[in-house]
Design a binder for this molecule. Sequence first.
Ligand SMILES: [Zn+2]
Length: 263
Amino acid sequence: MFDSHLHLDDERLAADRDEVLARARAAGVSGFLVAGVDPEGWRAEDALARAHRDVFVAYGLHPWIVAHAADDEVEPLLLALAASLQGGLTRPVALGEFGLDASVRVPKESLPRQEGAFRAQLAMARERDLPVLLHILRAHDAALAILKSDRPPRAGGVVHSYSGPAELVPRYLELGLHLSFAGPITYASARKTREAARAVPQDRLLVETDAPDQTPEPLRPGRNEPAFLVHIVRALSAVRGENEAELGAATGANARSLFGIKE
Ligand SMILES: [Zn+2]
């Protein structure tokens, strides 16, 4: 299995990070992609990738960072991101996470600023032909319009922790994107997410924990960790009527192929 999106650098995992990784490996997780959020995080990710050969990194500006920045702070952040891709830090296998968030967690007035940073990061990914990690929450129509006009990179990408309806799945597939499912697939209340998960062909499917957030059942509430990917694969295989071990292997192979990771 491959955990295609987590925040291993998060301070909530700092106290026992090596044990967290050891438990995940023992549970059958053989690769970890750490999603980038902000410049401080990219440096922490770099250190983790240097210490562990099964940890891979992506650098990006999370929509919440952009939403809470001042207008004149965004350009320097984008320049810092471009610089982080020039070398010095561990070579990323993707750009992200970035995207659009219109949930209650961010001020509505930030949407134009988020759109600007979304487009700028998409352009960076196209230039370098790096796959993208997209965070799209309650903003699917706006995000699809941008993706359709600007286009994703040829290398593709993934909508992480997909929370949109099944009807929009074909629109993301047409754009060449993968869809990834996280802890919510295990929640009794997530009927819409289960329908969406059935609409994704197996060769476009990824799994992730998004640890330390989005803890799956039956481990809620509490901190999430990558070993819990097992519960997500189990729930997803039940929803799709597929074999659990095969689905774990298939989503792992999809992730390695999308992110250009050998072995
Ligand atoms: Zn994330």
